[in-house]
Write a protein that binds this ligand. Structure first.
Ligand SMILES: Cc1cc2nc3c(=O)[nH]c(=O)nc-3n(C[C@H](O)[C@H](O)[C@H](O)COP(=O)(O)OP(=O)(O)OC[C@H]3O[C@@H](n4cnc5c(N)ncnc54)[C@H](O)[C@@H]3O)c2cc1C
Length: 459
């Protein structure tokens, strides 16, 4: 029986343990430094609200999370976004303006809503249209998202559409964000069709007649009782004897066979394989005296801090219609929140009848320090911004702050090369594996896929 130690009980570590157990042939220990498992996936049910502290949904176009939920018997708990209310707003020049219908992250896919929209000025619209005539870049090197969007669609499209939309997902600086590691499909579109708008037209032609244009499943899904139900369902299937929480891994050394993993309480575990499903800086601390070169390579990935603040309100006390999924805020607007989800419009079952749930995001690449302030200060900051931007003066019936210190890995330009270097260094140690949101995708499906891949490699 192969002995495996998995370090880090976030979704990547949990998925590794789950798939190892599914395959059989290995005995594992899953070690988590916090008192609970799940890492960034934390949900709470309070006063009739379902509050997400970290992620609120997962992408279904990468099917790993959807498939896992179904395999865990949670199929009937899955809920999609309320796509009838799909509108997203952008805070721009003093008010919330609707993102034109059909904008696919950065590219307008429908002409009329875009032409009528007041979000982009006429010169800005003309500049975006020039994408059709701008020749494609020839070399294959990485470039930043900002550089790419400026080059193809112009500065206004970057400032008012791409930067706030993408910053909302990656909590990153668009000037440094690697296009190759985050949205390679935009690069492919440029290469294949000569430009983004040409790509959209060609893809629409190819799709014509093949479908009614509506995906069978919602693009984002979550669980009725919160994403933590997925964590709890995995835990219920793992061997309780294999789960160790409240214990930090502090170092690893070579044993006569395999590795010896040292824990914070002075205990140690011998294993044939070790899986690090921890943030890269935490992995670096553990391997520092074992392999300084690997630790240095791991430290090349930077992380930033964020905070989420959820507010529950009595619906009748809000004058705002909450007629969309929420809004994003361009950096140039210099506000203290970077985005806000209207959670109870986005998903059903997030608030009891007569109540509404909204969630503000603070911090990120440009304003990390704001996310590090005391809970009361973070909550007040969010309330002040919601008053100014949405006219909310009501007293919340619920306020919940979640702080995410150095939680968001930054996929900066050259990320793929940095990861390749880390993996090259790690591969020198047989039986040592890396998994999690720092490497091949930050989303929950990416982390689950990573756990599955590692479990297969071990097996
Ligand atoms: C605010 C926020 C919103 C997000 N929204 C979404 C979303 O809507 N959809 C989506 O798909 N993704 C979202 N993400 C990203 C996603 O949540 C994460 O990428 C993913 O959960 C990371 O999982 P992980 O297992 O790699 O890491 P983590 O969840 O960070 O787990 C790592 C674990 O390792 C433990 N650990 C660290 N060091 C040690 C040690 N030495 N010994 C033992 N244990 C250790 C930590 O305590 C932690 O529990 C969001 C992230 C944040 C912060």
């Amino acid at each position: 029986m192969k002995r495996v130690v998995i370090i880090g009980g976030g979704i990547a570590g949990l998925a590794t343990a789950y798939f190892l157990q599914q395959r059989g042939g290995a005995e594992y220990k899953l070690i988590e430094s916090a008192p609970y498992f799940g890492g960034k996936i934390v949900s709470a049910q309070e006063k009739g609200f379902v509050i997400e502290g970290g992620p609120d949904s997962f992408l279904t176009t990468k099917p790993a999370a959807l498939e896992l939920c179904r395999a865990l018997g949670l199929g009937d708990q899955l809920i999609g976004t309320n796509d009838a209310g799909r509108k997203v707003f952008v805070w721009s020049r003093g008010k919330l303006r609707a993102m034109p219908d059909g904008v696919m992250l950065i590219i307008p896919t429908r002409i009329m809503p875009f032409v009528k929209s007041g979000l982009i000025s006429w010169p800005g619209k003309v500049r975006m249209g020039m994408d059709v005539v701008i020749p494609p870049r020839r070399d294959d090197g990485d470039e930043s998202l900002a550089h790419f969007v400026r080059r193809r669609l112009g500065s206004e499209a970057l400032d008012r559409i791409a930067e706030p939309m993408i910053a909302g997902i990656y909590v990153a600086d668009a000037e440094y964000l690697s296009l190759k590691s985050t949205f390679p499909r935009f690069l492919d579109m440029e290469k294949k069709y000569g430009g983004l708008l040409r790509g959209v037209i060609a893809q629409r032609r190819a799709a014509n007649g093949k479908s009614n244009g509506k995906p069978a499943t919602s693009m984002f899904m979550t669980l009725r009782g919160g994403l933590q139900d997925m964590v709890d369902a995995i835990l219920a299937r793992l061997d309780p004897q294999s789960l160790i929480s409240n214990r930090q891994v502090v170092g690893i050394t070579r044993a006569s066979v395999g590795y010896r993993v040292a824990l914070s309480d002075g205990a140690s575990l011998d294993s044939d394989a070790v899986v690090f499903a921890t943030p890269t800086y935490a992995t670096a601390d553990v391997v520092q005296s074992f392999d300084g070169g690997l630790a240095d390579a791991l430290r090349t990935i930077r992380y930033v801090s964020t905070a989420t603040v959820s507010f529950g309100f009595k619906r009748a006390e809000l004058t705002h219609p909450l007629d969309g999924f929420g809004f994003v805020v361009p950096r140039s607007e210099k506000r203290k929140i970077i985005a806000c989800s209207w959670s109870s419009t986005k998903f059903n079952h997030r608030a009891a009848d007569g109540y509404a749930l909204v969630r503000a995001f603070i911090g990120g690449a440009h304003a990390e320090h704001l996310a590090e302030e005391a809970d009361e200060a973070v909550a007040q900051m969010a309330r002040d911004e919601l008053r100014a931007m949405m006219g909310i003066t009501a007293q919340p019936v619920l306020t919940k702050v979640y702080r995410w210190h150095k939680a968001n890995p930054q996929y900066a330009v050259g990320h793929a090369e940095r990861v390749a270097e880390i993996e090259r260094q790690a591969a020198r140690h047989a039986g040592l594996f890396l998994a999690g949101g720092a490497y091949h995708g930050v989303g929950i499906p990416d982390c689950i896929e990573d756990g599955k891949r590692v479990a297969e490699q071990i097996a």
